[in-house]
Design a binder for this molecule. Structure first.
Ligand SMILES: [Ca+2]
Length: 478
């Protein structure tokens, strides 16, 4: 009898062990009152927007009234960092909840998501959400259908599967699910990923993406939805910038409020892209209001990395775009760097009735933590099988924060790594460490290893532990 009981217990234990956390974990831990009480979740992710380019962070030359309004209605983060200094790995961390070294991709396009990976979309789908991705994915290879958005938890997808394709604002096609949808644009000499510079420009991709995102919201107004709006604004069209065109690769239909500014056209065009991004956010909030669902919708606004370093100037200048509007707020470095100029992003959360209007939080969090937070906001138990930790109490003021003790970053492209633990940040360039006291030196100018040897040793050992999780070790690279 004892043996039978033991066997029965073992069988029950086996039946309860989640094989696929995206389904079982979600079902087991969904709130008792079901998904009907769960908020809609919107992640509005800008592409290469610098923290200093937003009015809520002090910008005066660019107007971002809708982003600013979101911040004054909700919660503004002063220490939100991306999980990576470039697009792909940042998005990977949001989807999988790992730091970028432990994610599939620790650089753009150097890997792709696998069927067994559990994305945020899969978790939310398991909690009863309709899931839609509109804009840029960047986590797949075209040859690997298991990595495509619809195989990674998204019911609907419209936009760019490939991040290089997303450089092009007037592409000849966009992806709708697994299908290619032709536009009226003509891009002579487009590369195999659809990148290039259009000569016939009739269909502006951000407009098409917005229309599909809005259709998704309207169609799912009566049930919880997860809208991941990953716009490619205000990224540059890298290929489009190489011919010395006046817009510098910042492709807009019109210069809007910046047409009469005494700036080079490239700078005007970039400003107009930021304007469009801001308008899109405002239009989304208008739609949520008109559908009477704004009060049950959590909106998170972010950029995917720091202000860009790209040098573009139609006048032959070698401007760094991130300097046009002090996009890094004088933090050190730009996109691509693991100094704070590459990592700090404008982060805002607005959840009516939960976040306090006009509040500010200094929690040190990143995209992996957002993954855990949004899962918990959806009513799921905060995932424990990832690196990220939920900061939901920072949004709601309820519960106890249990954040990670430290954060870590890897940039194989630049041969950099970094660890942040409270006020202390270590950055390695190749194998050489620099240690900074961000409380005294937020610009990361003064190496304090000599006066703080114990802290240097501790951060070094923290990174060595994290090194063991890295998917693509530096030593293995050609
Ligand atoms: Ca980016």
């Amino acid at each position: 009898m004892r043996n039978v009981s033991f066997l029965l217990a073992a069988l029950v234990a086996c039946a309860c062990t989640p094989r696929d956390p995206s389904v079982d974990g979600a079902t087991n831990s969904a709130r008792a009152d079901g998904p009907a009480s769960a908020p809609n979740i919107v992640v509005f992710l800008a592409d290469d927007l610098g923290i200093g380019e937003v009015g809520a962070w002090g910008q005066l030359d660019l107007a971002t009234p809708n982003i600013d309004k979101l911040a004054s209605d909700g919660l503004k983060f002063t220490e939100f960092r991306s999980s990576a200094a470039v697009c792909g790995p940042a998005r990977c961390s949001l989807m999988l909840g790992y730091h970028n070294g432990a994610c599939r991709l620790d650089d753009n396009d150097n890997d792709y998501l696998r069927a067994g990976d559990v994305t945020l979309a899969e978790r939310l789908k398991g909690a009863g959400y309709a899931t839609g991705l509109f804009g840029k994915w960047g986590l797949s290879w075209d040859s690997q259908p298991e990595s495509w958005p619809n195989a990674q938890g998204f019911d609907e997808f419209f936009g760019y599967r490939d991040q290089v394709h997303a450089h092009n604002f007037y592409p000849e096609y966009l992806m709708s699910g697994a299908d290619s949808v032709r536009t009226r644009n003509v891009v002579p000499g487009a590369n195999r990923k659809g990148a290039g510079r259009a000569t016939t420009r009739l269909d502006y991709a951000p407009t098409l993406v917005r229309e599909r995102a809005f259709a998704f919201v309207r169609a799912n107004r009566a049930q919880p939805f997860f809208l991941y709006w990953a716009t490619n604004l205000p990224h540059i069209n890298n290929e489009g910038s190489r011919g010395g065109e006046a817009d510098g690769g910042y492709e807009v239909e019109r210069l809007g409020p910046y047409a009469n500014k005494p700036w080079p056209e490239a700078k005007q065009s970039y400003a107009a892209q930021v304007h469009l991004l801001d308008q899109d956010l405002g239009a989304l909030r208008g739609l949520l209001d008109s559908l009477a669902i704004a009060d049950r919708t959590l909106i998170v606004f972010l950029s995917d990395n720091g202000a860009t370093f790209l040098k573009r100037g139609s006048d032959g200048s070698s401007d760094i775009v991130g300097r046009w509007f002090n996009g890094t707020l004088n933090y050190r470095g730009f996109k691509g760097d693991l100094f704070d100029g590459g990592l700090r992003v404008p982060g805002i959360a607005y959840w009516p009735g939960r976040t306090t209007p006009g509040s500010v939080s200094n929690v040190q969090v990143d995209f992996a933590d957002l993954h855990a937070t949004l899962a918990e906001a959806a009513g799921l138990a905060p995932p424990t099988d990832i690196v990220g930790r939920s900061f939901l109490p920072a949004l709601t003021g309820k519960g106890t924060l249990a954040l990670r003790s430290h954060q870590v970053w890897y940039s194989p492209d630049r041969n950099q790594s970094a660890v942040l633990e409270g006020r202390w940040k270590a950055v390695w360039v190749r194998d050489t460490m620099q240690l900074f006291d961000l409380a005294r030196d937020p610009g990361e100018r003064t190496d304090v290893q000599r006066t703080e040897p114990l802290i240097a040793r501790r951060l070094d050992s923290l990174r060595r532990v994290e090194d063991r999780r890295v998917v693509h070790p530096v030593e293995a690279r050609p």
